[in-house]
Design a protein around this ligand. Structure first.
Ligand code: PAF
Length: 282
């Protein structure tokens, strides 16, 4: 496994991979957990040449405390990636990715107008800035993104198509702890009490999915109110939003019948830690 800190050394490592090989790319911000490892393992099903980047992208943080507190565990991360037999790990500096300020703004076709968008202004534009920079550098054939970041995945699919990147975006299922909690680097920022409170999030989502498949009498609006009240029963948690959206447009829906694919998405705060999760309802 080659570890590269600069674009120059990355290009050298890339050119020493077998000629015409297809690269599978897993972009990350580090603090790797089993969820990231499952992306690497999925990439391995597509190609032997897997590249992982570790870069805490300042442009996608709209809160400087959040950026400062984001967990950084580079040494452990590299050990895990070595075990997975990754070909190249790319760990660039901020100057390497953004030699000058990135002023590009992308048309996200309204996919950022719901969910995380209003709560984190500029976040998805920052994600797209870094992903496009990384795609230009890594030149992957496939890139792997988790369904836990459902809205991010939809936005990346949209922009890959729009900017004509010859990259296949592969969606990978959310990995969960035994108690159902979605794996996230942010989980390590929770106190033991907060962590003990979090299973209610997925329990409520799973119950909502069960209710929809049993054709309960709740409208989408009523169901999102119900899920909110279930999660908020836990004193250490506060929901920021619970939205039931069309899986393609990400716009809130009014009725079950008019949409073929429906997702329930939520953001919940435990103290200053923000957790997101989602579930397919239809
Ligand atoms: O999902 C993440 O970890 C980040 O948003 C990504 C895609 C690596 C871009 O910084």
């Amino acid at each position: 496994m080659t570890i590269c800190y600069t674009i120059e050394s990355f290009n050298k490592a890339l050119s020493s991979l077998p000629t015409n090989c297809k690269v599978g790319f897993v972009p990350t911000m580090g603090a790797l957990h089993q969820g990231h490892i499952s992306l690497v393992q999925k990439a391995k099903e597509f190609t032997n040449q897997v590249v992982v980047s570790i870069f805490v992208n300042p442009n996608q943080f709209n809160n400087s405390n959040d950026l400062a507190n984001y967990p950084r565990t580079i040494q452990e991360d590299c050990k895990k990636l070595e075990t997975e037999k990754v070909s190249i790990v790319f760990i660039p500096s901020v100057e390497e990715i953004y030699p000058k300020k990135d002023n590009r703004t992308f048309d996200l076709a309204g996919l950022d107008s719901t969910g995380e968008g209003p709560s984190r202004p500029g976040h998805f534009n920052g994600v797209v800035q870094v992903v496009s920079r990384l795609f230009n550098i890594v030149k992957p054939s496939f890139a792997f993104f988790g369904e836990k970041d459902f809205q991010q995945l939809a936005i990346i699919k949209h922009i890959t198509k729009k900017l004509n990147y010859p990259v296949e975006i592969v969606a990978c299922p959310t990995k969960r702890e035994k108690d159902g909690v979605a794996m996230s680097s942010r989980n390590m920022l929770l106190t033991p009490q907060q962590r003990a409170a979090t299973p209610i999030i997925y329990q409520s989502l799973a119950k909502a999915a069960e209710m929809v498949s049993a054709q309960n009498l709740f409208s989408p609006r009523e169901l999102s109110i119900w899920v909110t009240s279930q999660i908020n029963k836990e004193p250490l948690l506060t929901t920021e939003y619970v939205q039931i959206v069309d899986s393609n447009s990400l716009q809130p829906i009014e009725s079950w019948e008019q949409h073929n694919n429906i997702q329930l998405c939520t953001a919940v705060k435990a103290g200053s830690v923000r957790l997101i999760d989602n579930i397919k309802l239809k």
